[in-house]
Design a protein around this ligand. Sequence first.
Ligand code: FES
Length: 215
Amino acid sequence: MIEFNKARRSFLIGSGSSLLLTLLPIPAFAEVPKAICSKAGQKVLLKGKNYICVKKSGKLQWQLLTPAKPTITLHPTPSTSPASSHSTTPSPEATHSPPPAPSVTSTPQIVSGFIAAKLSDLTEGKSKIVVAKDLKGKSVSLALFLSAGVVTVHSVVCTHQGCFVGEADKTLACPCHGSVFDGRTGAVINGPARSPLQGYKVAEAGGDIYIQSDI
Ligand code: FES
């Protein structure tokens, strides 16, 4: 009889525990969703906690799941770019170097002829007679004139009878019979000469005046 009571007490204790666990799948102090647990797998969120509807012992009931994790919003790390810092390092935009300037290669100017004089030897608006060496080394006299940066060169041989003219300010004057020629153009201003002085082709390079005609 005593053994029977022990067994009965053990049975009652075990049955009571099972019944308690069945009836209280959620701690008694826990708040239960008010929603109807009508389908297994149904989920609800209550005060940050997830509950799932499960079927236990043929009965649908809410069961606490892992508490819902708070939503984490990722904020971009503040940029430490040079533009926002106080660094003295200039930004890439500020360090752009200007495109390299095209290199200017001075091509030596090839000028034929012989040098009669330097451009610096002439005075604007005035005739000047010089003696130069031609390509054969022969000394030749030439009448030069500078006007607005343009140099003109003429023979000093008077077209009247071949005397040598002399410089006279803007003109070239012949001492033999008084003919006068324009220093810039070689044109006759006064006779007896009737033809202008012979002109020569001229070029300037590097400050030198080249005679490019055969004298
Ligand atoms: S030779 Fe020059 S004017 Fe006669």
